[in-house]
Write a protein that binds this ligand. Sequence first.
Ligand code: ADP
Ligand code: ADP
Length: 218
Amino acid sequence: MITLRGLTKRYGDKTAVDGLSLEVAAGKVTGFLGPNGAGKSTTMRMIVGLDHPSAGEALVGGRRYAGMPRPIREVGALLDAGSVHPGRSARAHLVAMARSNGIPLARVDKVLGLVGLESVAGRRVGAYSLGMRQRLGIAGALLGDPGVLMFDEPVNGLDPDGVLWVRRLMRGLAAEGRTVFVSSHLMSEMQLTADRLVVLGRGRLLTDAPMAEVIARG
Ligand code: ADP
Ligand code: ADP
């Protein structure tokens, strides 16, 4: 479970995330909706521990931010699919991640299979399409078998089959009791995946309600 209490991030005189308080429960998909620039990525980066809050706090499983990224065995995240070294193969990237995080190397082939990249895992990531990079990012999020997963705009760049696959994956992870927090700028996408909807606008919480309630309200 994720708990945010007054979470705030300022960049100079700009407030990207403004006093955000909410709980993201285990066992369901929580959608994080907002237009580009609303502060979704910044919020997710603070939950993962890749960014320091200016004020407030983000707790994961009751634990505070300790000034460093959270272990990928606890929190897996797809944050920026473009951040993988282009000269490395997908397998080499995942092996390096597994080694530096004490994860058994058998997990690498397991997650490559889960995301459907096993046949191309030896190719350099620089030659990958956006959809393949997105799959590799998802493989990285799954590598540590974490209880908490964050996906920032996971369907971006995926083909129609990939979009359906990602939706099934999110639902399956939630059905296993994991905490799944997924962002999108599209309400239509959220309606198809999320059990609960959190809406962010200019860094502020606008809505936090069950999806069925949001739809019934119209
Ligand atoms: P979203 O993910 O909803 O598109 P972001 O969290 O990426 O929104 O950005 C929220 C706001 O914070 C935007 O106005 C963005 O320009 C700003 N911002 C994000 N990261 C930085 C940064 N490193 N330095 C300055 N401003 C930033
Ligand atoms: P580098 O090897 O370049 O120093 P890192 O070891 O910080 O990079 O991260 C390797 C990959 O893991 C990157 O793609 C990064 O986005 C991702 N990553 C870092 N921290 C986490 C985390 N807590 N959960 C999921 N992925 C993460």
